[in-house]
Design a protein around this ligand. Sequence first.
Ligand SMILES: *Cc1c(COP(=O)(O)O)cnc(C)c1O
Length: 469
Amino acid sequence: MSEIRYVSTRGGTAEAGFEEILLGGLAPGGGLWIPKTWPVFTAQDFRAMQGMTYAEIVARVIEPFVAGWIRPDDLLSLARQAYARFDHPAVIPMVQTADNDWLLELFHGPTFAFKDLALQLLARLMDRALESRGERVTVLGATSGDTGSAAIAGCAGRRNMDIFILFPKGRVSEIQRRQMTTVVAGNVHCIAIEGTFDDCQSLVKAMFNDTAFATSRRLTAVNSINWTRIMAQTAYCVAAAVRLGAPDRKVAFSIPSANFGACLAAWCAVRMGLGVDRLVVATNANDILHRFFETGHYTPLDVVATLSPSMDIQISSNFERLLFELYDRDGSSIERLMGRLPRLGSFDVTARALMRARSIISSHRLDDDGIIAEMRRMRREHGVVVDPHTACGTAAARAVGIDAGVPVIMHAQAHPAKFPEAVATALGEPPKSPAKLSRIRGLTENMTTLPNDVDVVQGYVRDNTEADG
Ligand SMILES: *Cc1c(COP(=O)(O)O)cnc(C)c1O
């Protein structure tokens, strides 16, 4: 299979190979890496996946993106390891809630949210790249909740990585904190900062901007702009569709969205030949994506706190990859649009680009009252307890009106027990907690509390990593 090269969404930079985009962050110039061409699967290729295990489907779907870098059997073995820790034999089981409605449970990984599906694989691919280069990196990030724990679960015990996650002391939920601090591994460092989430992000930014420091510690991020996360999520879209009859039947997806990672992954599946009737983008009250698909204006507003905190953002980082596609992969147009954001605070797309998006994407917004009503409806009518993020997606699937003959795959993003307060508010009682999640209440926590002071935090990172060379 020939190797796929990667290009920047803002054009103007040299193409890169897989290893470079795996280990690097943004493309030079601030764009995002995206495959230069889409591998296309035939109906026969999809049909061949029908009897495969989940790890086999993942390896098959991402093989073209990593061809030339890793042998197919090594890839399969990494995928098997990545998903061996999931607590369901199907890895991503589906629960039927109506004739043609399916909840795709993406929360059976170590931290009970869908980010495990990408980060378990990403960390293993990175570790392998580093091993063969004889290098070591320091993963650094700030978290207000889900991402930090999934990144830690992926990186814990990997030989060539240290990971430092900063979170605001006293401002993440107890479950989210314990999911980070109870991981026992010498390369994991949880830092409670005496400050807010924004303070944590500023500290991280300052350390990345200190070039001498960033280079000597080989700082790296595992945030959702990394292409590897997208391709791992494309695999679960394909796996779910194949189980419901693809390629001989079209499906629809309904996806609670923030940084647009999961949605972009479904879009990629379409480009790879999967028959998709509709992609539904579901937002909470932070509705920048919904407003965009309604009007073609992209205008970030202030973030408001909701019952679905993992979707409380206004700048949607992966959205730039969709724009690149909508503009026929013309990097200079994207460069121009993104340049308007800091200057003018918004941009508009052409009627043609909007029409293209809407030919397959529909969107819907659900505020907190709607989330509560939807969680109640799902329990009353279907007997299932969904988390507040998932509720945005199940409501959206109904609201946009999908052809009755099309199976709808609704992404269940997190286990409801991760959000006990929201569930108790909606349903009058907290959700049942899986034993593995309850157990972390009794485990010892390991964390260091540091002041909101970049010199102190940087010193801590320095003292706990080996310098390069
Ligand atoms: C991260 C997250 C989201 C948002 O996903 P994006 O890929 O950023 O669009 C939604 N729900 C939950 C539970 C999450 O953890």
